[in-house]
Design a protein around this ligand. Structure first.
Ligand SMILES: [Zn+2]
Length: 255
């Protein structure tokens, strides 16, 4: 049994002091496949350093996070797009819209998201989508682009049952993380009618640690708490959750 963390920022500064130990805890916990979303131009090198150190376990993505979109967006996108010619990436991510932290650059966020969706189609890669207070806009952009190659994951899904059904009907997967374990989480109800074949696991480390580590720094070894909770909700074994969600990740990322 192995697990796949489809969204984890293990190259973050927050692991600077104990990154090697954390990586070994994660691998020992059988979380063996780690997909690393990029954030901005500055995060590329630390991300690729970690991939270089753990090439069997770490798989990088390339993209500009919506919270890093500012007045220099075109320059950031220019730098980021060049990387697709330099090496293999497994997704365009993380990309999307975030209206929670700021809507100052809303128009730029929308155009950066659309542009990066076009890259994904061009390079035949999945997208890994960050949506915060913006799910309706993201869904309508995906429908507007309406391309069969446009596929991927709604990372850290936390919407309603109606949104879950709609995302699945578009052929996208839902990324399920620590929020599933929180006491008042509405996520178990939202995904009650969604089959395991549409779900993938993620931690979003160092953020959103599951119970019993809520509020602390998250790491990929804690993915097991999310997997256990999902097994309980779906009334299946943890082995089944590990197998199906890993198989889904293989279908998405092609590895
Ligand atoms: Zn992320």
């Amino acid at each position: 049994m192995i697990f796949t963390d489809t969204h984890t920022h293990l190259y973050s500064e927050q692991f600077k002091a104990d990154r090697a130990q954390m990586m070994h805890r994660t691998i020992d916990a059988r979380v063996r496949r780690l997909f690393l979303p990029n954030i901005d131009v500055q995060s590329i090198q630390p991300m690729l350093d970690l991939v270089w150190e753990f090439p069997e376990n770490c798989f990088p993505m390339m993209g500009l996070h919506p919270c890093s979109v500012d007045e220099h967006v075109e320059a950031h996108l220019f730098q980021i797009q060049k990387w697709f010619k330099k090496r293999k990436f497994y997704a365009v991510g993380e990309i999307g819209l975030d209206y929670y932290w700021s809507t100052e650059f809303k128009e730029q966020q929308i155009s950066a998201f659309k542009k990066q969706c076009q890259w994904a189609i061009q390079y035949d890669l999945p997208v890994v989508i960050h949506s915060r207070n913006s799910t309706a806009d993201i869904i309508s952009i995906i429908k507007e682009i309406n391309h069969q190659k446009l596929r991927g994951i709604f990372h850290c899904f936390s919407g309603t049952d109606v949104e879950a059904e709609e995302i699945v009907s578009l052929g996208f997967y839902l990324g399920i993380g620590g929020v599933l374990t929180y006491n008042k989480s509405t996520l178990p109800d939202a995904i009650a009618n969604i089959g395991l074949e549409h779900l993938v696991l993620e931690t979003d480390s160092p953020y959103l640690a599951p119970i019993p580590y809520r509020g602390k720094r998250n790491e990929s070894s804690y993915l097991l708490f999310v997997a256990e909770k999902l097994a309980e909700i779906k009334n299946v074994s943890i082995e089944k959750v590990a197998a199906v969600t890993t198989e889904n990740s293989t279908k998405i990322f092609g590895i």
